[in-house]
Design a protein around this ligand. Structure first.
Ligand code: ADP
Ligand code: ZN
Length: 755
């Protein structure tokens, strides 16, 4: 593909030469050696010193195309013979990556079979790589003279919409915010700027909103005996000065966070730092506030931060001023100079796995990082991943239990509503059964709040013709289109294709085309119809598009301005509202029958988590789970709050098939514009993997669950091996160069969490 053989440079005194070993940010994988000219080897000029962890510009290929790469090593070799090209420029005045981070990058590259250059590019936030040294941003607003004649402007639809959104905003908006609210690209916006219909001004950026609100300092709580024992175990691990992993299994509300905080207070007293990873969704002012109440110097890192803000946080952390970093997945790469402890809260969350390359799992990276630093790793969860639970069972992790809620409040009573029951079916054709309706009536009458979980957004989840059976599918993807009533269109949830809703069957022209299936929008309509006096709020990615809307929604729920909060899994996590006396799971079967070996585990997590949202106050709480499979072991265990029972039913099934946590899995996805060609490539690849991996089980190629996505046909191969070494051996053919037909691509995902 690429010609990486450089033309030869003649050098006179090449007895001892400094060699810069370089990996490219994009383009060909592998390490390339360049020689370091005098000017970049002078220790007295540190701004332009070629050094591991800095980026360099180097010539590539026969044409000497200038490319950017990371210097990963500077070595002195005494080869007289080899002739190398010189480094053209040193791009950073100081290393962006410490030796430790380079080591972690190397591990990720090897473990996840990703090119090191791409991994390093993924580890470093864009703001750190770029020249985001300023803390300024451009804010847009609509001048009064334009606002006054807005209705008379003759603008293309998108521009008119974008302008309307900006005019409606109470504050000037940054470009990203504006684009998100108007749901548009930069096209209409630059058009508006050119027509001078908007004004812009440059403003200094303030700190992250998560760090903005003042918080009062708080004293440590007095731990209950179980918490004290947990802290003692972690303290002992801190004193050992070697890596250990502790799995803190505590029901929701058992006081895990207080244990983390007190452990971190110890770490800070040694002059070291801690990293606390939380799922992106629970990275709220409430969560961050709990740390800020107890530590003077808290940093946050997450994906919604501006590049500038990330860079600022990164520099604060690297300088050693920060005691605790609270962040989402990528905060595992925070450049803490003296890391003393890593905590992963809700460690079972799948969002800790990155779904684009490099496809790392923050838990695995944390394991490596704490091993390199010889420090403890604490994994906390009410519903641990089976991977962690199994590791604890084997004795690899130390298990700590917090069996009871701090307040001694009982866990809520959970009951199944069997939807197969004729009685419920006769009652209505809606989503809310009679028992749920009655429970809602009672809860609302007592002044309680209600949470309803339905893990599907939109109004009708499928559009079908009863005459011919036609189902409206996306033209580009093999998935049903979902009707959204507010926007009055059908949309593909995978590629966002939008079409007008059909009134007739596009196939047989029958006029009775049906909009079936329940999404959150239809549920909202049903709740409003049944409980006209209740104040209802829907929370899903459609209603929460505006930055900050998620927070606003939770605030109004917390303040009692909302009676019924309904939404997708977004509402299931981490919220602590004492006034919630009823939780309804509208359809537990949606996730149960997903074609993924983790479907039961997911369902168990979801039901347990959402059930944990109630019974946090003095009025207690109850949970109703509507389902067609009330006897499913995962549901039964979730309803009894019995994690052990769930693990005991699920682990043997996994073991029988050698699925994780027993075997290790890799998933290879092959996609391409032509079905036959793609399948042929997949077949060939599967053959190579079978040859390379004796002792591994290779399944497929089979069409992916979504067999076509964005015009591309997709096949996957699953590789199951007894251990990592065997997995890597089988995957070896993927590391070499493969000649692929036009448009065909493949990706490999080690330890996949989504099928
Ligand atoms: P978890 O993280 O396990 O869900 P939290 O740490 O959020 O639990 O604790 C739940 C509630 O109990 C919080 O409001 C917290 O302030 C309170 N809490 C935790 N530990 C104690 C304690 N030892 N004494 C009194 N209240 C506590
Ligand atoms: Zn689509």
């Amino acid at each position: 593909l690429f010609d990486t053989q450089p033309p030869q440079w003649e050098l006179d005194d090449a007895e001892h030469r400094r060699i810069a070993r370089v990996v490219l940010s994009s383009g060909p994988a592998g390490e390339f050696d360049y020689f370091v000219p005098e000017e970049f080897a002078d220790e007295r000029k540190p701004e332009v010193l070629a050094q591991a962890g800095r980026r360099v510009r180097v010539p590539l290929g026969r044409g000497n195309r200038p490319v950017v790469g990371y210097c990963v090593e500077v070595a002195v070799t005494s080869t007289g013979g080899r002739k190398l090209k010189p480094v053209s420029a040193v791009l950073d005045t100081a290393p962006l990556l410490s030796p430790r981070m380079l080591e972690i990058g190397q591990w990720i590259a090897e473990y996840y079979l990703a090119p090191l250059g791409q991994v390093l590019e993924g580890i470093l936030p864009a703001g750190v790589r770029g020249k985001a040294g300023t803390r300024e941003t451009t804010l847009f607003s609509v001048p009064t003279r334009v606002a006054a004649r807005m209705t008379r402007l003759d603008l293309p639809e998108k521009q008119a919409h974008a302008l309307k959104i900006l005019a409606a905003s109470s504050k000037p908006l940054a470009l990203k915010q504006w684009m998100a609210r108007a749901e548009c690209t930069s096209g209409p916006i630059s058009a508006l700027r050119k027509k001078e219909l908007v004004e812009s001004r440059v403003e200094r950026i303030d700190t992250d909103p998560l760090l903005e609100q003042p918080v009062a300092r708080r004293e440590a709580l007095e731990l209950n005996p179980a918490q004290a024992a947990a802290l003692e175990t972690i303290t002992t691990a801190l004193d050992r000065r070697e890596q250990s992993t502790l799995l803190l299994h505590g029901v929701t509300g058992s006081g895990k966070t207080e244990v983390y905080i007190q452990a971190i207070e110890k770490v800070v007293s040694f002059g070291r730092q801690a990293i606390v990873l939380v799922p992106e969704i629970s990275l709220t002012p409430q969560t961050v506030g709990r740390f800020r109440e107890r530590f003077d110097h808290v940093a946050v890192l997450h994906s919604h931060q501006s590049d500038v803000e990330r860079h600022r946080q990164w520099k604060r952390i690297a300088s050693g001023d920060v005691q605790v970093v609270v962040g989402a997945r990528s905060a595992i790469f925070a450049p803490t100079p003296h890391l003393g402890l890593v905590v992963i809260d809700e460690e079972h969350e799948t969002s800790f796995k990155q779904d684009t390359a490099p496809r790392y799992h923050a838990r695995e990276v944390a394991l490596q990082r704490t091993r390199m630093d010889q420090i403890p790793l604490v994994l906390g969860s009410a519903t641990p991943s089976l991977e962690s639970w199994h590791a604890a069972g084997r004795g690899d992790y130390q298990l700590i239990s917090l069996p009871d809620r701090v307040s001694n409040l009982p866990l809520p009573v959970v009951r199944a509503v069997d939807l197969r029951d004729q009685e419920h079916r006769k009652w209505n054709r809606g989503a809310i059964s009679r028992p749920l309706h009655q429970a809602m009536t009672a809860a609302l009458a007592d002044g309680g709040q209600v949470i309803l979980l339905l893990n599907r957004r939109g109004y009708s989840t499928h559009v079908q013709c009863p005459a011919c059976g036609f189902v409206l599918k996306c033209d580009s993807c093999d998935v049903s289109m979902v009707f959204h009533r507010q926007a009055n269109h059908v949309v593909c949830h995978w590629c966002d294709r939008v079409e007008p809703p059909p009134t007739h069957c596009p196939d047989c022209k029958d006029a009775n085309i049906r909009y079936g299936g329940f999404g959150t929008q239809k549920l909202e309509a049903e709740v409003r119809a049944r409980f006209p006096d209740a104040r209802v709020l829907r929370m899903d990615t459609d209603s929460m598009r505006r930055p900050g809307s998620h927070e606003q929604a939770l605030d109004s729920f917390r303040n009692g301005e909302v009676d019924v909060l309904l939404g997708t899994q977004m509402i299931a996590k981490g919220l602590d509202f004492p006034n919630v006396t009823l939780v309804g799971v509208v359809n537990a079967d949606t996730s149960l029958h997903f074609p993924d070996f983790r479907a039961s585990e997911r369902t168990f997590h979801l039901v347990t988590q959402v059930a944990g949202r109630t019974g946090r106050g003095s009025q207690g709480g109850r949970v109703l789970v509507q389902t067609l499979s009330p006897d499913h072991p995962a549901l039964v265990a979730a309803m009894q709050h019995n994690y052990q029972a769930f693990a005991a039913s699920e682990l043997p099934e996994r073991e029988m098939l050698n699925y994780p946590p027993f075997g290790r899995m890799a998933r290879v996805v092959i996609r391409g514009p032509n079905d036959q060609v793609t399948l042929a490539v997949a077949d060939e690849l599967a053959g190579k993997i079978r040859t390379a991996g004796a002792g591994t089980r290779v399944m497929g190629p089979a069409p992916c669950t979504i067999a076509k996505l964005r015009e591309l046909f997709r096949y996957h191969i699953l590789v199951i091996a007894p251990d990592v070494a065997a997995l890597h051996k089988a995957a070896a053919p993927l590391a070499g160069k493969l000649k692929l037909p036009e448009g065909v691509q493949w990706i490999v995902d080690i330890d996949p969490v989504d099928m």
